[in-house]
Design a protein around this ligand. Structure first.
Ligand code: ZN
Length: 374
């Protein structure tokens, strides 16, 4: 944990012993932020992998993924395990339990289990043969204290309400997704304790004006939920991004990358999402049948896309990747740069290109082709 004084940017930030302070320590190193936006480190709630590593099959690679994410301005994330056999979930819990900060990595704040209690009608790229109905024995050992921060499930599955209530009691955020839930089923799930929706628009029923479901409930504000949104330019059109932003605002939208092993690999690379073989194409990450299987775009790409699509203020766009995800997770020392917050900071150009990421007061910097235009 280090001291640092960030000066000359959109705001000055003093970090003392890894935390934001109201004044710099004497002799503190200075980071020149002239011309740059100074924002809290980004928080990504859906990261399946990066740099060739898939976290469903190899959760012991959390450290490699964590190290990669800082390039994208991400300083905290939820390693995400898709639908898999029960062992995969316990292995991931073991892996996150043994992770240690090395001073240059994003911090895993807990796991996101996306499955296996999903609708077989909306599996996306998940293996349907591992899908399960909702049942309390299935979530044995799943709790915030045991490393599980968020679970995505389909609320229309029989038994879902009991599972949602149980997870909430154990401090786990429940997010609804991979679902064809009706309005009534969505409401019941939120009443039982669900507080989020996973990747709005993707892997759910479309907006049907005579038969509203999960999507309509979210956009209309019928239920009080925070919605994950993938803005990689492939998963959701710009018009649909703008609609969600207009309906929900920065307080109810969490930008997620849904990044998978292909993040950081060259175009044409072949890799895996869980057991599924995929290729990185110009039109996103696709399996042999052309289905989308996660994203190869970092969260910074999403920020730029979201701003372009919505014309929103930079502060509002940044909120979807900082204060809003922190609030959803119930974490009060991240997502802002008030005194006492973790000293994780991202410095961006006005065009939202990442220039420096600071971890616990220590700048982790690099030089990329995009930054040559500075
Ligand atoms: Zn998904």
């Amino acid at each position: 944990m280090a001291d640092l004084h960030i000066v000359g940017g959109s705001r000055d930030v003093a970090i003392v012993a890894g935390r934001v302070a109201d004044a710099p320590a004497s002799g503190s190193p200075v980071l020149d932020a002239r011309g740059l936006l100074v924002a809290p480190g980004l928080i990504d709630l859906q990261v399946n992998g990066a740099a060739g590593h898939d976290l469903t099959t190899c959760p012991e690679r959390i450290a490699d993924v964590a190290r990669h994410l800082v390039r994208h301005g991400v300083t905290a994330f939820l390693p995400t395990v898709i639908t898999a056999p029960p062992d995969a979930y316990t292995q991931a819990q073991r892996a996150i339990g043994s992770w240690r900060q090395d001073g240059a990595s994003a911090t895993p704040l807990g796991l996101h289990f996306e499955g296996p209690m999903l609708s077989p009608r909306r599996p996306g790229a998940h293996p349907v043969w591992h899908l399960r109905s909702a049942a309390v024995p299935l979530i044995e050992g799943w709790s915030r204290a045991a490393g599980v921060a968020l679970v995505t499930l389909a609320p229309e599955l029989p038994g879902a309400a009991v599972v949602i209530d149980e997870l909430r009691r154990r401090g786990v955020i429940v997010s609804l997704g991979h679902s064809e839930a009706s309005l009534v089923e969505t409401r019941a799930a939120v009443d039982a304790g669900a507080s989020a929706i996973t990747h709005l628009y993707n892997a759910m029923g479309a907006l049907e004006h005579r038969r509203p479901g999960l999507l309509a409930a979210a956009l209309a504000g019928t239920v009080d939920v925070t919605c994950g949104l993938i803005a990689d330019g492939v998963h959701v059109s710009d018009a649909a991004l703008a609609l969600a932003f207009r309906a929900l605002g920065a307080d109810r939208i969490v930008l997620v990358s849904d990044a998978m092993a292909a993040l950081g690999l060259p175009l044409g690379a072949r890799t895996f999402l869980g057991q599924l073989a995929v290729t990185l194409t110009v039109d996103g990450v696709r399996d042999a049948g052309g289905r989308l299987a996660g994203s190869a775009a970092g969260l910074d790409v999403g920020l730029r896309r979201l701003r372009e699509a919505t014309g929103a203020l930079v502060g509002d766009v940044l909120a979807t990747a900082t204060s809003t995800p922190a609030r959803l997770l119930g974490i009060d020392d991240r997502g802002h740069l008030g005194v006492g917050a973790v000293g994780d900071v991202v410095l961006l150009t006005p065009g939202l290109d990442v220039v420096h990421t600071v971890i616990g007061g220590r700048p982790v910097s690099w030089f990329s082709a995009r930054q040559l235009s500075l």
